[in-house]
Design a protein around this ligand. Structure first.
Ligand code: ZN
Length: 49
């Protein structure tokens, strides 16, 4: 099942795999918010599409 992340800044992403979702969100958080995000945090924020 695809999962969706809605960042508070308005950015959103979706992926069919947890690995891809985590990678995208970690990259976004680092580049835009200068924050390190753990896999657990990403998956905790994810919602099923
Ligand atoms: Zn953001």
């Amino acid at each position: 099942m695809a999962k969706v992340i809605n960042c508070p800044c308005g950015w959103t992403t979706r992926s069919d795999t947890d690995d891809e979702l985590v990678k995208q969100v970690q990259q976004h958080a680092k580049e835009v918010h200068d924050q390190e995000t753990t896999r657990e945090e990403v998956l905790g924020m994810a919602k099923p599409e």
